[in-house]
Design a protein around this ligand. Structure first.
Ligand SMILES: [Fe+2]
Ligand SMILES: [Fe+2]
Length: 216
């Protein structure tokens, strides 16, 4: 770990701690969750913290400010973002971490950018931050369906992501919310990958694996 990374982390944390109290409390809960997952999956805790403290830097901005800033910084804005500008807060934060805080850790930047919608391929750090953000203690108290997803993240991050995407799908359909095409693309990729894994050649009956002499 470089001293530069530690300095970036402290600067980003100081910036986030200027946000409203409720948001700071959420980020502290995400930190606890993410550091636990980082330990299990052997990911550097300082890089994890950097992404965690950075992920919601623009979460408390108004929708009109999120939309304006995204346009000013040249981020792609699609109809789903215009309908729900809060979805831009991850990409906005990643942009500012790179430009203002000089973060060059591409995996930390991807973790910040994609923590709301996911992406077809994600580094380990991004999977950890997304899941920690979704299953932090307050959110799972509010919706107990998130608890098994949290447990699963300790065994299989990809399957936990897929289960979260299913949870999100149901959650959005029940409320008649429109999904975001970027999330749908990510979800399709995760489903494809899961099915490819599940379609490995079937395990042969145990007897067929024995040497011919014993197989009589
Ligand atoms: Fe967020
Ligand atoms: Fe968050």
């Amino acid at each position: 770990m470089t001293p530069g990374l530690r300095r970036q982390l402290e600067a980003v944390r100081a910036e986030l701690e200027r946000c409203p109290e409720g948001l700071v409390a959420h980020v502290r809960r995400v930190r606890a969750e993410a550091l636990d997952l980082a330990r299990i999956w052997d990911v550097d805790p300082v890089r994890t913290e950097l992404a965690v403290w950075g992920h919601d830097l623009f979460r408390a901005h108004s929708p009109s400010a999120q939309l304006r800033l995204a346009r000013e910084t040249g981020l792609p804005v699609v109809a789903a973002d215009e309908a729900s500008p809060v979805l831009l807060h991850g990409p906005l934060a990643a942009h500012v971490l790179r430009e203002r805080f000089r973060v060059i850790d591409e995996e930390a930047l991807a973790a910040v950018r994609d923590h709301t919608l996911g992406a077809p391929t994600m580094p380990l750090l991004a999977k950890i931050v997304l899941l920690a953000d979704k299953v932090e203690t307050r959110k799972r108290d509010r919706d107990p369906a998130l608890r098994p997803i949290r447990r699963l993240a300790r065994r299989d991050l990809d399957l936990a992501l897929l289960c979260w995407a299913d949870w999100k799908w149901v959650h959005e359909r029940e409320r008649r919310w429109l999904g975001h095409p970027a999330h749908w693309q990510a979800r399709l990729a995760w489903v494809r990958e899961h099915h490819t894994e599940a379609a490995l050649p079937p395990i042969r009956p145990e007897a067929a694996l024995l040497p011919a002499s014993e197989n009589t």
